[in-house]
Design a binder for this molecule. Structure first.
Ligand SMILES: [Zn+2]
Ligand SMILES: [Zn+2]
Length: 339
């Protein structure tokens, strides 16, 4: 009696079905464009888009607002790739895995920027450093962000010193012991290297102070980030003439519905009014995102840090209230999308 194979070979019929399905997939999912459907791109799509890239690219690593867990969209993080150098903006949970999925090597990571100290933007900053280090992250990686980033970095490195030392000894690696941190408390120039000039603005995100927006002027492309903020003139000014503006986006009708449902389930620790007051003081409704982008005159507006971060809102619903005011290209952010 012969052994049965564990897995049967594909039948001619299933092979044919696969072949027939392929062109349809290719027609709806085009790496490097904003056409892919669903809440995220696959790592293969992102890698293909980066491989074919000419010039500076932005990858949206996480596009969900807030500390949502168990959802399709990761917490906020981005990476910009220019001339072989990688720049990470924000480190929400998931940043390390998402970075790896782009295929960008950790040794390319030059600098990390943090917009503000909410957990959905900084919780995986330390883990990115330590896990990145074992994957050849340069020891001279730099970090930028609001105070107390220096203290936070030192405290984290102290907490993980023994952990890092075990691998350093075992694998004869130079341990990651400290990170060159530059704190930012005011608007103005932040840093400059061969690829990029970075500047920051102060945004409105009470009670978080300071909370920052950033602009990256690469040689071939400028990319501005609102960070988390209430609608703000300073964001439009910062983004004036930029190629790309990544703006946080809150779709209020869906937020209210989702919030009422969560409260009804007993799964929400605060009242509707308290939470909505926070959201209105701290975040930007879709229509205002459109107004700000139009005033800034950017070519492309990327909607990200999407509130509520749920999958059931389709792209057109995200886009429509923004498009009433902004006449340029609108991209609804998806995790691993390359822009
Ligand atoms: Zn946030
Ligand atoms: Zn925030």
């Amino acid at each position: 009696m012969s052994d049965k194979p564990l897995r049967s070979a594909p039948s001619r019929r299933s092979l044919l079905t696969g072949l027939l399905a392929a062109p349809a997939l290719a027609a709806t999912v085009q790496p490097g464009t904003a056409q892919a459907e669903g809440p995220r791109w696959t790592p293969q799509q992102a890698q293909a888009a980066l491989k074919d890239a000419k010039g500076t690219k932005l990858v949206l690593l996480g596009t969900g607002a807030g500390p949502g867990v168990g959802q399709s969209r990761n917490m906020t993080s981005h990476v910009m790739l220019s001339n072989g150098a990688a720049y990470v903006l924000d480190c929400g949970m998931g940043v390390t895995n998402q970075f790896a999925r782009t295929g960008i090597p950790f040794r390319a990571l030059k600098s990390i920027f943090i917009t503000h100290h909410h957990a959905d933007h900084n919780i995986e900053y330390g883990p990115l450093l330590v896990v990145g280090w074992i994957h050849a992250l340069p020891l001279d990686v730099r970090a930028f962000g609001p105070p107390p980033l220096k203290q936070m970095t030192e405290d984290f490195m102290r907490a993980y010193k023994q952990t890092v030392d075990f691998w350093a000894e075992d694998f004869r690696m130079k341990p990651l012991t400290s990170v060159n941190v530059q704190e930012i408390s005011a608007a103005g120039p932040v840093t400059q290297d061969d690829n990029v000039k970075v500047s920051a603005i102060l945004v409105e995100h009470p009670p978080v102070k300071p909370a920052l927006g950033y602009r990256f002027d690469f040689k071939d492309r400028s990319i501005a980030f609102s960070g988390d903020t209430a609608p703000l003139e300073a964001v439009a000014e910062m983004a004036k003439g930029a190629d790309v503006l990544v703006h946080e986006t809150m779709y209020v009708p869906a937020l209210e519905t989702t919030l009422r449902a969560a409260i009804a389930r007993g799964g929400w620790p605060m009242t509707f009014d308290v939470f909505m007051a926070h959201m209105k003081a701290d975040h930007t409704p879709s229509e205002d995102v459109g107004r700000i982008a139009q005033e800034a005159g950017v070519k492309t507006l990327v909607l990200s840090h999407l509130t509520p971060p749920i999958d059931s809102i389709d792209d057109e619903t995200w886009r429509a209230p923004v498009a009433k005011y902004f006449k340029g290209e609108i991209i609804v952010g998806k995790d691993l999308m390359v822009v």
